[in-house]
Design a protein around this ligand. Sequence first.
Ligand code: AMP
Length: 576
Amino acid sequence: MLERMEERFNPEAVIEEFEALSRDAGRIQRETLKRILEENGETEYLQRWGLKGRTDPDSFKACVPLATHKDLEPYIQCIAEGKNPSLLTGKPITTISLSSGTTQGKPKFVPFNDELMESTMLIYKTSFAFRNREYPIENGKALQFIYSSKQFKTKGGLTAGTATTNVYRNTQFKKTMRAMQTPCCSPDEVIFGPDFHQSLYCHLLCGLISRDEVQVVSSTFAHSIVHAFRTFEQVWEELVNDIRNGVLSNRITVPSIRSAVSKMLKPDPQLADAIYSKCSGLSNWYGVIHELFPNTKYIYGIMTGSMEPYLKKLRHYAGGLPLLSADYGSSEGWIGANVNPKLPPESATFAVLPDIGYFEFIPLKENTNGQEQERLPVGLSEVEVGEEYEIIVTNFAGLYRYRLGDVVKVKGFHNATPELQFICRRNLLLSINIDKNTEKDLQLSVEAAAKLLSEEKREVLDFTSCIDSSTEPAHYVIFWEISGEPSDEIMQECCNCLDRSFVDAGYVSSRKVNSIGALELRIVKRGTFHKILDHHVGLGAAVSQFKTPRCVGPNNGIVLQILSCNVVKSYFSTAF
Ligand code: AMP
C-alpha cells in the first residue's frame, strides 16, 4: 500500500483503484484473509485454534471463535507489559492505541501498527478523492479542530496513546494532509498541546489569521466543531483583540503553545476590524463559519451515529455550507469510506474497503416472536440490502473475528462492496425488562421532545440517559442540558413526549402495566457535559475521539455522579 502514498497523489487514480477493488470485493476479501493468516499464522493466538496453515474463510470461521475485547484483553495486556510482543501478530506490536472508552467508562487498549496507519491514510485518500470530484480544493488550508493527547510508555516500553494521537504523530499524516492540499492552520504545538482549552483557543486564532486560505473546516467527530464555535461565541472579542494588538491572550500559559502561536501573530487592525464587523452583523451566530472563512468549500467530520444530534447546531453555524460526513472506523481499524459525499449526513453511507481487513456480519433479524436471534455471521458478499448486522473485524493488527459492537445497515452496494449505514452501538441499550431501546431510539425520542422546546426558542445542548433501579419499578432517566429557562409546563410536555416517543412494544406494554415506572427528565446545569468531557480527557481520552455517552451504565460511577450533582430540576412523565 505504501507506494500509493506518494507526495502528490492523483485522485482519479485513487478512484480507479478503488473501483477495481470494489468490483472484485469477494476475491479481494479472500486474498486479504489469506495475507492476514499467512503473516500471523505462527502466533500463539492463532496456533491455539488449530488452523494448521489453512487460510480459507471456511476453515477460519470453523476454527477461530468470535472474540470481544474482553477475550483479547489478557493478550493485549501481556503485549503491553512487554512479555511477548508477538502473541497476536507475526511482526511485534510496538504501539498501543487507547480507544475513546466513552461507552465503557474507561479507555480500552488495542494494538496499533504500520498496517493500521497505512489503511488510515488509504481511507482518508479514498474519500478525499471522491469529495474532491464534487468540491475541489486548491492549495488551501484546513481549520482542523484536532487534539492529541500525550503518548506514554507502557510497562513493557511500548508507545501508547489514543488512536488519533498515534495517527497525528505519524509522519505519514502530515504528508497525506499536504498531498490533499489541506495542511492544518495550526502548528504542531497547538495540536499536541497538553491543555485542550488552550489548544482550542489557538486553533480558532490560527484559523482567523489564515482566514482567506481556509478551505475546509473539520474535526474527527463533528461534536468538536460545534464545541469550538460555542466557545467562539464566548471568546471572540478576546480573539479580535489578540489580532488587533498582535499579542496573545494571557489565557495561553503553556510555553510551547505561547511561543509557537506568538510567532504567527502580528498587529493587524484591518483583520481585527473585519472580523469584528462580521461577528457584529450576525444574528444568533447563524452562518458564522461561512462569514469568518469565506473560502470554505465544506465542513467535514464524522456526523453520523452519536454525532447526529449536533447536526442542527452545526447547520446553524455553517449557514448553508455543505456538511460532508467523514469515514467509518474505530481505534481497532477502519471499515468504510464515504464515497457519496453529496448525500446529507443523515443518509451517509460507508463503502467497505475490501483490502484493509476481513469483514463478517452477524444478521440481526428478529424472529417471529419479535426476539432477536443470534445467527451465523455471513461474508461481505453475502449481506442483503435493507438488513441490519453486527460487524466483525479481522485485521492486520492482531484482531481476529473481533466484535466491534456496532450495528450497521446495508443500504446498497458500490460495485460488489456493501455500503453501510451506521445504526448504533449494540450494547447501548436502555432496558429494564422486556423493553429494548437503542441509542438511535433514544435519539429519535429526544429529537421529538426537543421540537417542543424549540417552539420556545430553546435548545437541547446535550443529553444522556440511564436506568434508575433505586425506584420500584425501575424507570428511564433522561438528562438534558438546555439553553435558557423554559417554563415548567413546556418541560413537563417534553418529559411526556420523551416517554411516549419510545415506541418499542416491550417498553409501551411495560409502561401500561407499570412494570416500568414513569420516565424522568432531569435538567442539569449549563456546563455539566463539559465536565463529563473533562473527566474523560483526564482519563487519557482524546477530545478528538470524544463521544458523549448516550447511556451511562452503573459501572460508569463518576459520570453518574457528575450528572446527579448537577441536576437542577426533574420532571416525571404523566403520559401513561
Ligand atoms: P473509538 O472507540 O474512539 O475508536 O470510536 C470508535 C467508534 O466510534 C466506532 O466503533 C463507532 O461506534 C463510532 N464511529 C466511528 N466512526 C463512525 C461513523 N462514521 N459514524 C458513526 N459512528 C462512528
